[in-house]
Write a protein that binds this ligand. Structure first.
Ligand code: DX5
Ligand code: ZN
Length: 216
């Protein structure tokens, strides 16, 4: 089973982005998770294209870009150009999710679709055969450092059942409140990619934490 750690840049030290990228490069993290928030789809604002471009210059891992923005279709090309290797948009934010999927595919990068914890997992059924990854949010999108929502395990199981029925083989990613305590249970439930911000960057040795999370 594919197991990947995608540390969330949101919890990194923005005054030392180059050093943080070098730490990620030297770690066992295969991806780097990048959270873009627009102050409209979510109340918070994070950062945009110039920061992603700067990170792309220094980070040699795949940029796993999670866009929490309205009108994702308008910005697909720019995120691809800025260096996204995977672009994950919110189902709730898209008027026509299939159109967004097609636009991302046309850029030749990987496609992800995501939902907040209050959106039925079944909403994704029409799309799971057309995406490379489904991201199930395990907190409400918008802020780092929130508490993992416990009923997420049932949602992961439900997603896996739908994938089995539809013969889909996309990756499953989890984002929000992931730490060294719940990582192994998440992998046991079939999660492939763990995003973690606080639980990695706010530890004395983030590289060791990444390794421990991967091996949990
Ligand atoms: C929240 C973001 C997350 C966030 C996770 O909206 O999508 O990626 O950085 O942070 P932690 O791991 O601290 O919950
Ligand atoms: Zn995220």
């Amino acid at each position: 089973m594919t197991k990947i750690i995608s540390p969330s840049l949101l919890s990194a030290d923005f005054g030392n982005l180059k050093t943080e990228c070098e730490m990620i490069n030297a770690s066992e993290a295969e991806w780097l998770h990048i959270d873009v928030m627009d102050g409209s789809f979510v109340p918070n604002i994070s950062f945009g294209f110039p920061v992603i471009e700067a990170v792309k210059k220094h980070c040699n891992k795949m940029l796993d870009v999670h866009i929490m923005i309205v009108h994702p279709e308008k910005y697909v090309q720019r995120f691809a150009k800025a260096g996204a290797g995977m672009l994950t948009f919110h189902f709730e934010a898209a008027e026509n999710p299939q159109e967004v999927i097609n636009l991302i595919r046309a850029e030749g990068i990987k496609v992800g679709i995501t939902i907040n914890p209050d959106v039925p997992v079944s909403s994704l059924e029409p799309y799971i055969n057309h995406v490379d990854m489904v991201l199930l949010m395990t907190v409400f999108a918008g802020y780092g450092g929130q508490k993992f929502i416990e009923n997420s395990y049932d949602r992961i199981d439900e997603l896996r059942a739908i994938m089995k029925r539809k013969n889909a083989n996309c990756l499953i990613e989890i984002d929000g409140g992931v730490n060294l305590e719940n990582a192994s249970k998440l992998f046991e439930h079939g999660v492939n990619v763990l995003v973690a911000g606080n639980a990695i960057f706010n530890t004395p040795n983030p590289k060791d934490t990444i390794r421990d999370m991967l091996n949990s």
